[in-house]
Design a protein around this ligand. Sequence first.
Ligand code: 5GP
Ligand code: ZN
Length: 117
Amino acid sequence: MTSNDRCLFCRIAKGEIAARKVYEDDDVLAFHDINPQAPTHVIVIPRKHIPTLDDLDPNEATIVGTVITKLAQIARDLRLPSDGYRVVCNNGEAAGQTVFHIHFHLLGGRSFGWPPG
Ligand code: 5GP
Ligand code: ZN
């Protein structure tokens, strides 16, 4: 399964639902979150539909590495690193995951507390 017709992020990846894209290539897509929690709030996803980190097959390990490497490049392009930025992956319902397609939140432009809520 590389795409899921009922998945919001697959539909954004296919262009069926509009999003403010900041980066895309054959493997990765990044777009602004519709409900930003920081001055910069970008969602970075693999194009491949994988619901959660628990569904990652060991031979798909490079997918997450690719997504995170692209995320760091996007952060540099957006000039975030000098102030620091936060990367969040809500994995599973109890952690706040609402869209079941692996994604990383790239948050920047303000300071962040720890521990997270
Ligand atoms: P999660 O809660 O699964 O970690 O993150 C899902 C994120 O997707 C949320 O931050 C939410 O605001 C964002 N989101 C939900 N629907 C849409 C949409 O239609 N477009 C965009 N750009 N972001 C969305
Ligand atoms: Zn999906």
